[in-house]
Design a protein around this ligand. Structure first.
Ligand SMILES: CC(C)(COP(=O)(O)OP(=O)(O)OC[C@H]1O[C@@H](n2cnc3c(N)ncnc32)[C@H](O)[C@@H]1OP(=O)(O)O)[C@@H](O)C(=O)NCCC(=O)NCCS
Length: 176
């Protein structure tokens, strides 16, 4: 992974209508373990690793890096929004910022992921104006495909990788 760019981190917590977006803290560890170990969350992400391995490997304070946002509802973590610039990507996405999102199944179907991702993208538009954002997801991941559309991502290409059909979307650069 390469640097997101010259952004101030951690940011002041971002408050949306129902959520708070903030950098990860040690109190989020159980939710990170739950997210990483959930077979449901990893249905379209190549499957979850065993929980005991995740328990062993997850540090006391989850890793901090610019663009890693915890989404909190009523004081508890419900999801993780990731903005990063992967060192390797599809040629059409190389060098661009990539959006990822993982929410706990109990938080699905309430619009929380959309609310959190809109807020994270707004933060990015202010912190690094003029950046295009890409997003890759399995075409079979209908919830993720719907979310990508809501967030303004448009199809760049479909491709086959990791034994599945994949979709690459792009959100054109925006100025705040
Ligand atoms: C992808 C993922 C984040 C989508 O979560 P989600 O809760 O379905 O997404 P949203 O926040 O957009 O919520 C959408 C649903 O909430 C419903 N909803 C309920 N109340 C709502 C409200 N107040 N505002 C907005 N939507 C609301 C919407 O109707 C919508 O349902 P629909 O899609 O059936 O029409 C979630 O499925 C997930 O974490 N999956 C596992 C990880 C993963 O695969 N990530 C993708 C890797 S790129």
């Amino acid at each position: 992974m390469t640097d997101l760019g010259p952004v101030a981190w951690p940011p002041e917590p971002i408050r949306t209508e129902r959520l708070v977006l903030r950098a990860p803290e040690s109190r989020d560890r159980p939710a990170f373990v739950e997210l990483l170990a959930s077979p449901q969350v990893h249905t379209y992400l190549g499957g979850a690793r065993p929980r005991d391995q995740i328990e062993r490997e997850t540090p006391g304070t989850p890793e901090q890096w610019p663009g890693s946002f915890v989404a909190e509802l009523d004081g508890s973590m419900i999801g993780h929004v990731l903005l990063r610039r992967p060192a390797r990507h599809r040629p059409a996405a190389m060098g661009k910022i990539d959006l990822g999102y993982l929410f706990l199944p109990r938080a699905w179907g309430h619009g929380y992921a959309a609310e959190a991702c809109f807020a994270a993208l707004d933060w990015l538009d202010n912190a690094l104006p003029g950046e295009a954002v890409v997003l890759a997801t399995q075409t079979a991941n209908t919830a993720s495909m719907r979310l990508a559309g809501k967030l303004g991502f448009v199809e760049v290409e479909r491709f086959h990788a990791w034994d599945a059909d994949q979709w690459l979307g792009l959100r054109p650069p925006r100025r705040p």
